[in-house]
Design a protein around this ligand. Structure first.
Ligand code: GLN
Length: 393
């Protein structure tokens, strides 16, 4: 008999998103489950990385991030959002936004605290909170629906330490409006709570502006602004995340980060600094335009196949309602679609605190080449999903 694992690992399960990627591979299905692009990263970025390795930038960078990259991050926040950020005291580079989020929460949240999380959520936030021995408190924020600020006000308690904000949101596609952000900011100030943001999709939007909550009055001092390079530059495997936070919080976060990972890959940090300095507005405009086209392709295909679709305002996911197509629970339907129709989504229940809330949804990604989206569309539409209803039982 082996000794038991720690109790804290029992409060959450393995990532369903990554599990669906394995299932897609097993069935040879098109993987529209895990959100990673299948198209190349910018040439300039790849060249810069290769050059950095050849130049022997191959040892540890400064734990909290190579100076060049921290300076590029500070310039970015100033240029895009008018924020004044000190690269020496307020910027930390991490192994992806994923490490940024857990490092920030471990640095700020005490055991027994509460952390507010909107659902549907990206699946890390609950486990991150539980690893802090804190309790997630869930509130609905659905595709196409406004935030219920009265309900949010009632969710704050004396134990609320932080609220996690993901805008543009995975998987709902919601982009928080200025009015919604002002309402949230007011509650954070009133209850002396942190806003911990995941802004990884900040440049993938379809018209709505991106407003970091840190730019609202009184919020810079209580906001941890997280972002990263994975989605903006199509390099999810490089694992480069960034944190902007007030100096005191940054000190605490850097300590946690140091003992979690020491630091992010040094040559890749150099390459990212080069890309951030050299890629101009045209790069970001073209990327957003390409995603708008892909959103249209997948959205049309899903509608034609009979799914209920609300187009996202940002990010690259569609949380589609399949209740007109099947009575199966979401997990069985997602597995059936991967196995029998060759397109793998993520079951909706993995984005909700209670599985029944996600029962009628599956999530598809559209961060894929036109070829692959065209093939996926043909499989979804041509298969006559409506007619196959009985076969699914
Ligand atoms: N953010 C991506 C998604 O939601 C990738 C998740 C992951 O595997 N880290 O699919």
């Amino acid at each position: 008999m082996t000794p038991p694992p720690a109790r804290r690992t029992q409060g959450f399960r393995e990532s369903v998103i990554r599990g669906m990627s394995r299932l897609a591979a097993r069935h040879g299905a098109i993987n529209l489950a895990q959100g990673f692009p299948n198209f190349p990263a910018p040439e300039l970025l790849k060249e810069a990385a290769a050059r950095a390795i050849r130049d022997d930038i191959n040892q540890y960078a400064i734990t909290w991030g190579a100076r060049r990259l921290r300076e590029a991050v500070a310039r970015k926040y100033h240029a895009w959002y008018g924020m004044t950020v000190d690269p020496e005291a307020e910027v930390t580079v991490t192994c992806g936004a994923t490490e940024a989020m857990i490092a920030a929460l471990l640095a700020l949240v005490n055991p027994g605290d509460e952390v507010i999380v909107f659902e549907p959520f990206y699946e890390n936030y609950g486990p991150d909170t539980i690893l802090c021995d804190a309790a997630p408190v869930y509130l609905p924020l659905l595709p196409g629906e406004p935030l219920d600020l009265d309900r949010l006000a009632r969710a704050f308690t004396p134990r609320t330490r932080a609220i996690i904000l993901n805008s543009p949101a995975n998987p709902s596609g919601r982009v928080l409006t200025r009015a919604e952000l002002e309402g949230i900011a007011e509650l954070c100030r009133r209850h002396d709570a942190w806003a911990v943001t995941d802004e990884i999709y900040e440049h993938i939007r379809y018209g709505a502006p991106h407003i970091p909550i840190a730019t609202l009055p009184g919020m810079a001092e209580r906001t941890i602004t997280i972002s990263g390079a994975s989605k903006t530059f199509s390099i999810t495997g490089w694992r480069l995340g960034t944190i902007v936070a007030p100096a005191g919080a940054t000190d605490a976060i850097r300590k946690v980060h140091d003992f979690l990972t020491v630091g992010a890959p040094a040559p890749l940090q150099e390459a990212l600094a080069t890309a951030m300095d050299e890629l101009g507005p045209a790069y970001y405009d073209e990327m957003a335009a390409a995603y708008l086209r892909r959103r249209g392709m997948l959205g049309d295909a899903l509608s034609r196949a009979g799914f209920g679709v609300t187009l996202p305002e940002g990010a690259y996911y569609i949380l589609a309602d399949f209740s007109r197509l099947s009575d199966l629970p979401d997990t069985a339907f997602a597995e059936w679609l991967a196995r029998e129709r060759g397109v793998a989504p993520v079951p909706g229940s993995s984005f909700f605190s209670r599985p029944e809330l996600g029962r009628r949804y599956v999530r598809f990604v559209f961060c894929k080449t036109d070829d692959l989206l065209t093939e996926a569309a043909a499989r979804l539409e041509g298969a006559g999903l409506r007619e196959a209803k009985d076969l699914q039982r």
